[in-house]
Design a protein. Structure first.
Ligand SMILES: *Cc1c(COP(=O)(O)O)cnc(C)c1O
Length: 424
């Protein structure tokens, strides 16, 4: 595959952008080689600067659940843009998207729009602290909740990919209020809670982890967290930035039948525009300014282009619940196909999947936490990544990221993907 234009662009990018990229995992630093520069995308396919075409399993890290340049979304953005790109004043559209999300997901009386998943999680933690009057919170090793200081402790995503043990710039004071324990380990949560009685404001979790690769909650695990939170008056925060509107209309809350106290969104909610949100019961959410004193704001929050993009995509997901059945079928088809063609010798593997989130770990053991994810063979993954890329299949350039299936993908695309894997 010729990627000479990408190589030239990458050289040039590094002269004016740190590492040549505006978000670290894009740089291919862990898998090696040159990141391909994307020119455009349509449906399930990416087109790079050299004219190569790829089947996309990143889908902008989640948002493109119905594929790239989805016609109704593009049309809506174009129409909206003619009426100006931002007002810094309220609009009817913001009410409509809020009402729609309340219909789709459980546990939401009030929802506040922000511009990224990072902002959503950062604000949810501030609100939990303001509401409970407690400072500490629990997060899980390998989970990623954006790059706010307090979350960069044993974090997933790029922090895990680049094996950064301690992020310079995060003060010891901030880190001290972040308690961590292993995913899927209820006993560890119980002992942290016991050791910090009445000090813990919140437990924040990716209800299905996607930032250490795809890791599912054990049966009953989310329910057990819910019980602990109720008993200890701790707020349970589901970070549904990845899982929201992907696993079901109502995200992981609906899929696993557990309602959180606060829910954060990103990715699909903006259909590829910069959007995040945090939401929950009125009793908690009304502590946010201007009703309450927990301050949170944003010049571009509720931006009309972002809102119309999100509203258009969410409306379609809401009107067509069969999309989730189709995604489940496609996910199962890919999983089955990969299991059949990947050879356990010389590379033992394990596959985790829920709906349209899937990961291949090159490990002989089950992966149910961060230790399991890091025990997998990263070198083999990197080789696999490049093999697939050469075959025109674009996977996340990290063993610590889930793959996302869009509903624009066809069974023929899945067959091509499986066939490519068979040649690894
Ligand atoms: C992507 C992600 C975030 C951060 O969202 P940004 O929009 O990148 O700031 C937070 N939490 C989870 C679970 C994510 O996957």
């Amino acid at each position: 595959m010729n990627i000479s234009s990408s190589k030239t662009l990458f050289e040039r990018a590094q002269q004016s952008i740190p590492g040549g990229v505006n978000s670290p995992v894009r740089a291919f630093k862990s898998v090696g080689g040159t990141p391909v520069f994307i020119d455009s995308a349509k449906g399930a396919y990416l087109h790079d600067a050299d004219g190569n075409k790829y089947i996309d399993f990143i889908n902008s890290w989640g948002p493109m659940i119905l594929g790239h340049a989805h016609e109704p979304v593009i049309r809506a953005i174009e129409e909206k843009a003619a009426g100006s790109t931002s007002f810094g004043a309220p609009t009817q559209l913001e009410i409509e998207i809020a009402e729609l999300i309340k219909k789709m997901a459980p546990g939401i009386d009030l929802i506040r729009m922000v511009s990224s998943g990072t902002e959503a999680c950062m604000s949810a933690i501030r609100l939990a602290r303001g509401y409970t009057g407690r400072n500490k919170f629990i997060k899980f090793e390998g989970c990623y909740h954006g790059h706010a200081d307090c979350f960069l402790v044993k974090a997933g995503s790029g922090v895990a990919t680049f094996n950064i043990q301690k992020v310079p710039g995060v003060t010891a004071g901030v880190a001290a209020d972040t308690l961590t324990c292993s995913y899927n380990d209820i006993a560890a949560v119980e002992s942290l809670v016991a050791a910090h009685k009445n000090e813990i404001a919140a437990i924040i979790i990716e209800p299905v982890a996607g930032n250490m690769g795809c890791v599912l909650p054990n049966e009953g695990y989310l329910q057990a967290l819910r019980k602990i939170c109720d008993r200890e008056k701790i707020l349970l925060i589901f970070d549904e930035v990845m899982t929201g509107f992907r696993l079901a209309k109502g995200g992981a809350q609906e899929k696993f039948g557990v309602t959180a106290d606060l829910i954060t969104y990103g990715k699909i909610i903006g259909a590829g525009m910069p959007v995040g949100a945090f939401a929950g019961r009125k009793e908690i959410m009304q502590h946010i300014a201007p009703v309450g004193a927990v301050y949170q704001a944003g010049t571009l929050s509720g931006n009309p282009l972002a809102m119309i993009a999100g509203y258009t995509l969410l409306s379609e997901l809401n009107a067509h619940p069969e999309i989730y059945e189709e995604l489940e079928k496609k996910g199962a088809y890919l999983e089955k196909g990969l299991r059949e063609v990947l050879s356990p010798k010389p590379y033992p593997f394990t596959i985790n999947r829920v709906g349209s989130m899937i990961s291949v770990f090159f490990s002989a053991n089950e992966v149910c936490d961060f230790a399991g994810a890091t025990a997998a063979n990263i070198e083999v993954f990197n080789k696999f990544f490049h093999h697939m890329l050469d075959c025109g299949v674009y996977l996340p350039p990290s063993a610590f990221e889930t793959w996302f299936i869009s509903n624009a993908i066809t069974y023929q695309d899945l067959d091509r993907t499986i066939e490519a894997a068979s040649r690894f």
